[in-house]
Write a protein that binds this ligand. Sequence first.
Ligand code: SF4
Length: 338
Amino acid sequence: MGTRYDWEEAEIRAIYDTPLLELIYQAATIHRQYHDSRKIQVCKLVSIKTGACPEDCGYCAQSSRYKTEVKPQSLLDKQTVVDIAKQAKESGVSRVCMGAAWREVRDNSQFDQVLDMVKEVTALDLEVCCTLGMLNESQAKRLEDAGLYAYNHNLDTSEDYYSTIITTRTYGDRLRTIDNVRQTNVTVCSGGILGLGETVEDRVSMLKTLSNLQPHPESVPINILSQVEGTPLENQPDVPVWEIIRMIATARIVMPTSDVRLSAGRSRLSEIEQAMCFMAGANSIFSSDDGKMLTVTTPCPGYDTDKEMLELLGLETRESKSKESRSKVRGQRSKVEV
Ligand code: SF4
């Protein structure tokens, strides 16, 4: 099966509903056709600017609209970020993602500082990803010029369910930012969150949108909701692990060349459950030096714990991809109409 951009929802639903072990087998087979299944990329997420975000994402501890335990923190200085990145690299990390709780990028001195951080961390031979909110084409170009490897902008859920979770921007806004990134050679990271109260149809619909983007996002994070006290979604039930595995396997099958990242929420999974996720085609995790992903509300296993788990499972960490190996995607627009 080659790379396809015309998946129908019914086809994706049929994959999602395949008997579980058969689904994992199919996904594992495709994983081995396109990737070295012994390699896992370890990523480190750094919150370079925390909290006080004007958006109203119903799951987020950093929205200024909700009273959560997260304390706002202004933009970190460059050296702090570089030091975190150096320590991460020594611990087996090959990709560093910098997140700022902004609605959108503005052309100001703070963006200039982020561009500087991107340059310095890229010089450490790490894949650098940024997640800074919405941006326009010229801002994407400036990030490209600074050496940025990837830009993260998650769709979170289906188009239909999106407005239940977020009202301060639209699904179309999300797709436009992804399209702006696609006008450069910066790769795209876009995925979603399980556990927002969405239906299986919503998950399938989101996978359809992602898998109809041409080219597919090079990186597809699958997050599991961390229920944050004070947010509208604080009482959502946990997503059963089998649903997480189904989602990973289906993403692997419909976007075979993408990196599928087992992202936020992994800390609640046992090693055996994580092993099933890797069998189903996940080939990346986020690990940490401080027990958290972006904020304290999303726990994250530590470097040493993850190193032991990977060794136990016979897996190795993956090096960063060289700039030359990036797909040349400039000018290829998304095929999704919004
Ligand atoms: S998810 Fe991002 S945009 Fe939404 S409230 Fe949180 S920091 Fe802001």
